[in-house]
Design a protein around this ligand. Structure first.
Ligand SMILES: *[C@@H]1O[C@H](CO)[C@@H](O)[C@H](O)[C@H]1NC(C)=O
Length: 239
């Protein structure tokens, strides 16, 4: 019901077995008034998607995978967008334009893809999930300055609960003391939500751990002395 109103999705799930491993292949077609999506995925990874803003198909498998092509796929995707929009229009009429429920993102996590090595190229991931409708806008900062270079975002990926997930990435080189943030905008959020991550956080030698243990130890110790002194004085008074 929810799906039908703002974003019609036709999920063609094809399951096949190869070498005793079950794979899930998904073809996602969706449209709204302002956006459209046509994506092929395998086991949750994008293989190909139509970039309607640039007017072409994009192969999104990593470079180590054998070269794949999708001849005619973009033209086909454009055709399906027309069908999707007309279905959307019809189902709105059919459902008397009942207002749709919007869900703000329920999950927002920032983390590095690889173990952090200072000076070694890495990728920061901002994982946004549980929102409806798609898409979200994700922006990045480094030490408070906006960063656009080296950023990318996946097309919205539908979950079984009719919400979406999107993953934004930032290529970066960890330098000690650098602070990164990703900020998410969604129409169901009154104000943007931000998560920060700093390079030191992942560096066990420089965490706050020892200082905290020292502080707690000292406090407990002093408390012991105070209690001891109290009973010493009380004891003397009684005798
Ligand atoms: C995302 O950014 C675009 C372009 O700046 C803007 O038009 C749109 O309203 C933004 N979406 C949200 C949900 O904030």
């Amino acid at each position: 019901m929810k799906m039908m109103m703002k974003l019609l999705l036709f999920l063609c799930g094809v399951l096949w077995v190869s070498a005793d491993v079950l794979h899930e292949s998904l073809w996602i077609i969706g449209c709204s008034d302002s956006d459209g999506e046509d994506t092929y995925t395998l086991d949750g990874e994008e293989l190909w998607y139509a970039d309607f803003k640039k007017g072409k198909g994009v192969i999104s498998v990593p470079p180590f995978v054998d070269h794949i092509t999708c001849a005619g796929c973009y033209e086909q995707a454009v055709g399906y967008q027309q069908i999707c929009r007309s279905n959307l229009k019809n189902s709105r009429i059919g459902m008397k334009d009942i207002p749709d429920e919007n869900d703000a993102p329920s999950g927002l996590v920032i983390y590095p893809r690889d173990d952090v090595e200072l000076g070694e190229k890495n990728i920061l991931i901002c994982h946004v999930s549980g929102f409806y409708p798609a898409p979200v806008n994700v922006s990045w900062t480094r030490n408070g300055q906006k960063v656009t270079e080296g950023t990318s975002i996946n097309v919205p990926f539908p979950s079984k609960d009719n919400t979406f997930t999107q993953i934004s990435r930032l290529q970066f080189v960890p330098q000690i003391g650098d602070i990164y943030s990703c900020t998410v905008e969604h129409l169901a959020l009154e104000e943007p939500q931000t998560r920060t991550w700093d390079v030191e956080m992942d560096n066990p030698q420089s965490g706050p751990g020892p200082a905290i243990f020292c502080g707690v130890g000292l406090t407990v110790g002093l408390l012991g002395v105070a209690v001891g002194t109290f009973f010493l004085i009380k004891g003397n008074e009684c005798s």
